[in-house]
Structure formats: structure tokens, C-alpha cells
Design a protein around this ligand. Structure first.
Ligand code: FES
Ligand code: FES
Length: 154
């Protein structure tokens, strides 16, 4: 598979999850594990550009596919504005949910340039945060969308 632009060749047990593969074999620990049952969104990664739960995806299912984690998005500068907006608005406390939140926000803004608050909340419905109350997270995503529209118009 390709992970964050690099070709990775490994033999894995059939039952190894993509999340454990990324975290334990490749040391890509921005992919967090919360519920390990597809409910919390902490483990989201991009598989061929679409968010998937790495806890429910087998590493073997990513054979030949393109995987991107938060580290990859960060390295290529794709989420710098989202990260700054989360930081500026205190849209995180413990930060455990934040990688998944950013992956969801990145995918949402790639699919729709100006989502309204209801659409942002709907997109985040699979991402659990125990700390923030969500308001600041929605603010950060809304502000990033507005900033990107402004930059595109310049
Ligand atoms: S750890 Fe995968 S959805 Fe919670
Ligand atoms: S910031 Fe703690 S779980 Fe979201």
C-alpha cells in the first residue's frame, strides 16, 4: 500500500486492523483508538481519499490502496488552516478526538466548500468529543471554510 506518499510492503496477520498496523508497525500514532467499534471517529484515516474507520478496516483490506493519515495531511500542508483555526478557537481540550475531527473536517470541506452549521454538525455526528461541547469545533470549521472562500476570491 501507499501510506502518506510512501510505498509500504509488509506481511500482516489477516486479522490485524489498519489502526494497529499504522500505530504499531509504522508508528503513525496520530490515528487514535477510542471505542474500537466504529462509533467514536478517533481512528479515521483516508483510504483512497475517503474517511474510513481504521479500527474496523483490516490492514489487508488496504492492500494496493492509498492511505493518508493526519501525519500525511500535516506534512503536505493540507490542513494547516484547519489546525490554526482549531488552535485559535480552543476547539480542543485533551485533543484525543482532534485527529479524527480534522480528518472529517478536511473531507467535508473537500466535498463542500461552504457547509452551513447544520451540515458541519451532521458531518461531525460520527466524531465523539467528551471535552469541548462542539461549539468551538463547528466555529473552527466554519471559519476555515470562509477563509478558503476568501482566499480563492483574491
Ligand atoms: S476507535 Fe474507531 S471509531 Fe472509535
Ligand atoms: S478534546 Fe477531548 S475528546 Fe475532544
Amino acid at each position: 500500500m501507499t501510506v502518506n506518499g510512501e510505498t509500504v510492503r509488509e506481511a500482516v496477520e489477516a486479522r490485524l486492523s489498519l489502526a494497529d498496523f499504522l500505530r504499531d508497525r509504522l508508528r503513525l500514532t496520530a490515528t487514535h483508538l477510542g471505542c474500537e467499534m466504529g462509533a467514536c471517529g478517533a481512528c479515521l484515516v483516508l483510504l483512497d481519499g475517503k474517511p474510513v474507520h481504521a479500527c474496523l478496516t483490516l490492514a489487508a483490506q488496504a492492500d494496493g490502496e492509498v492511505v493518508e493519515t493526519l501525519e500525511g495531511l500535516n506534512e503536505r500542508g493540507a490542513i494547516a488552516d484547519l489546525q490554526a483555526a482549531f488552535h485559535d478557537r480552543n476547539a480542543l481540550q485533551c485533543g484525543y478526538c482532534t485527529p479524527g475531527m480534522i480528518i472529517t473536517a478536511h473531507a467535508l470541506l473537500a466535498a463542500k466548500r461552504t457547509p452551513d452549521r447544520a451540515e458541519i454538525r451532521d458531518a461531525l455526528s460520527g466524531n465523539y468529543c467528551r471535552c469541548t461541547g462542539y461549539e468551538a469545533i463547528v466555529d473552527a470549521i466554519e471559519a476555515t471554510a470562509a477563509q478558503r472562500i476568501g482566499e480563492a476570491a483574491e
